[in-house]
Write a protein that binds this ligand. Structure first.
Ligand code: G6P
Length: 614
């Protein structure tokens, strides 16, 4: 994911823009650039100075040391390539005449726009989709001499997702910006204004932000902030103080990192979704300019991962086979890498990892390189990790740093990325557009649904007190919720040291039922899906043997409880996002059980966050 910073101030803004880029760099980088309207009194005074460099932000700093930029209006960008490989000519800002733009997101119709602009005589010097925006605005400006009008006309022609910031030599006191599908905030300073794709980039200069809404565009001067909505009506976006310490490396008000990370999930999910969804379809181009063609070639999928990431892969298998109609197998990396693997024609290998450094997963990727795969894709939370660098494609989760050993927000964002990928595969294979639009709508509402699930915490705290005296527990689920039961059992084992096993509910009578008695809590996940009635029969089998049932069920499911059966209800959601929702109460349950038991929640005994040994 790319990063944007822009500023209009009475002081030199170059150091502010550079600090902003450094703060955004954790999201990914392959090049960076800055454009400043110079006001150093030299003969270049009032003209645009652009400096760009391939690599990390430090490379741009070195380039700036050779060509210092001093000015009070400027924009800057750190890039994570989609259209056009990492190269200086593809780095932002992109220029057309006296105008410069930076852009996050994907302009889906850049092809036809490029053709139109070439026919009008515009020369393209990059392979990016962004350069069309620069030329398009410049073109309309040349016709009307009205920069705001030209910006609006150009925005109306763009399809896809964007956050944009723009400056022009003719208006040395004005910064323009717009958002659609990619986040953008306006920072309020005293006699200065800023824009950024993430408030984190600006916390050095302000903690007061206006959050732009979809379709908004704005014109900023030192003292004025004018915002309009997509219909060009004046819009009021109130100033809010930046409060949540999201993704900081501190625990803040939370007792443990794990709890903080559980509560960060709405934000982590919305960050992961940022810039990858259009109104009723997914933006496949984030996988690269030829993604459509290459996704189309895929006929099989192999998923390889470890621990919690492996569980995310298991859920994805259900989604991919059902929605994309494609064979998919999932395996733990430590097995996969040591066996003979038969790779059918046109198979994509997917590795999933929070850290991108897990030794077995990395070795599996390296092993796969010689196995004749069509391509490799890394789904990962760390942009600069080995896994991301070595895979052909990458799909980043934006969970922010995960410190607690027991993975929480990394898991749910992996599921989000995998549901996005499933939808992308279904889309290129021409599957039902309504289903695709429904996946997109469900993903969009997910952060808010997770907020609701987090409200269950106090109820789960009470439950945990009784649970903590147990020595064993069974977790049951069916379909996509079977891997969620596995993840619930893993969480409980990891941090509370209670022995927990997960079973596909239909397997209960093939062995584990023998363990059930009044000392055995049986935790089940019961969404309102096609398998509900089957699951209920399995739970009857447990009740009949005196087992203690704890069921996380959809609010539409009959909630009759008795002494041996506790029901906790969750909101109804579409089947596709249900496994993500049901993860939340299981995370909270294991956290609160561990809290009662007094274990070292963030650093459980014998375990490590990043397992870089085999
Ligand atoms: C360790 C961690 C787990 C994690 C697993 C895989 O075991 O404790 O939380 O799921 O490694 O890590 P990865 O970074 O590859 O997702």
């Amino acid at each position: 994911m790319c990063g944007i910073v822009g500023a209009i101030a009475q002081r030199n803004i170059t150091p502010i823009l550079m600090e902003g880029l450094r703060r955004l760099e954790y999201r990914g980088y392959d090049s960076a650039g800055i454009a400043v309207l110079t006001d150093d009194g030299s003969d270049k005074h009032g003209s645009m100075l652009r400096v760009r460099a391939v690599g990390k932000v430090v490379e741009l700093e070195n380039a700036l040391a050779a060509t210092p930029a001093h000015g009070h209006l400027g924009i800057a960008h750190t890039r994570w390539a989609t259209h056009g490989k990492p190269a200086e000519r593809n780095a932002h800002p992109h220029i057309s005449g006296s105008l410069a733009v930076v852009h996050n997101g994907i302009i889906e119709n850049h092809g036809p726009l490029r053709k139109k602009l070439v026919a009008l005589g515009y020369e393209f010097v990059s392979e990016t989709d962004t350069e069309v925006v620069a030329h398009l605005v410049a073109h309309y400006y040349s016709e009307t001499q009205d920069l705001l009008g030209a910006f609006r006309t150009a925005l109306n022609e763009l399809h896809g997702a964007y956050a944009l910031a723009m400056i022009h030599e003719d208006q040395p006191q004005t910064l323009y910006c717009a958002r659609m599908g990619s986040p953008l905030v306006i920072g309020e300073g005293s006699g200065e204004h800023y824009v950024a794709s993430d408030p984190l980039a600006l916390l050095q200069v302000t903690d007061r932000f206006r959050y732009l809404e979809e379709g908004d565009h704005a014109r900023l001067t030192n003292t004025q902030c004018e915002i309009w909505d997509r219909d060009n009506n004046t819009a009021v976006r109130p100033v809010k103080r930046y409060e949540h310490a999201a993704f900081s490396m501190e625990k803040g008000e939370y007792r443990h990192f794990m709890l903080k990370e559980i509560f960060e999930q709405p934000q982590a999910i919305s960050d992961t979704l940022s810039g990858i969804l259009a109104k009723d379809h997914v933006l496949t181009a984030i996988l690269g300019p030829d993604a459509e063609t290459r996704l189309h070639e895929i006929e099989n999928i192999h998923i390889v991962a470890c621990g919690t990431s492996y569980h995310a892969g298991l859920v994805a298998r259900y989604w991919i086979e059902e929605q994309a109609d494609m064979p998919c197998s999932v395996e733990v990396a430590s097995e996969y890498r040591y066996r003979t693997v038969v790779v059918p024609k046109n198979t994509l290998l997917i590795t999933i990892s929070q850290s991108g450094e897990t030794a077995d997963t990395l070795a599996a990727l390296r092993f796969a390189k010689d196995q004749g795969y069509l391509a490799t894709l890394a789904i990962c939370n760390v942009a600069g990790s080995s896994l991301v660098r070595e895979a052909d494609w990458r799909l980043l989760t934006h969970a922010g740093p995960e410190i607690g050993v027991a993975s929480t927000k990394a898991f749910t964002t992996q599921l989000v990325a995998l549901l996005w990928l499933t939808t992308a595969l279904a889309q290129v294979r021409g599957k039902d557009p309504e289903r695709i639009a429904s996946n997109v709508a469900a993903l969009r509402k997910l952060p808010q649904i997770i907020e609701q699930a987090l409200l269950l915490e106090s109820r789960i705290t009470t439950l945990a007190e009784r649970f903590a005296t147990k020595h064993h527990a069974l977790f049951l689920g069916r379909g996509t919720h079977y891997p969620i039961a596995m993840e619930g059992a893993l969480k409980l084992k990891e941090i509370s040291y209670i022995h927990a096993e997960a079973y596909a509910a239909g397997e209960l009578k093939h062995g584990p039922l023998a363990l059930v008695d009044e000392d055995m809590p049986v935790v089940s996940v019961a969404p309102s899906d096609a398998l509900l009635e089957k699951l209920k029969s399995n739970l009857e089998e447990v009740s009949a043997r005196g087992g203690q049932l704890i069921t996380f069920a959809c609010e539409t499911v009959d909630q009759s409880e008795d002494n041996n059966h506790e029901m906790i209800s969750l909101p109804w959601v579409e089947d596709c996002i249900s496994p993500i929702l049901y993860t939340i109460p299981l995370q909270l349950l294991s956290y609160h059980v561990a809290l009662v038991k007094g274990t070292d929640v963030d650093k459980p005994r014998n375990l490590a966050k990043s397992v870089t040994v085999e």
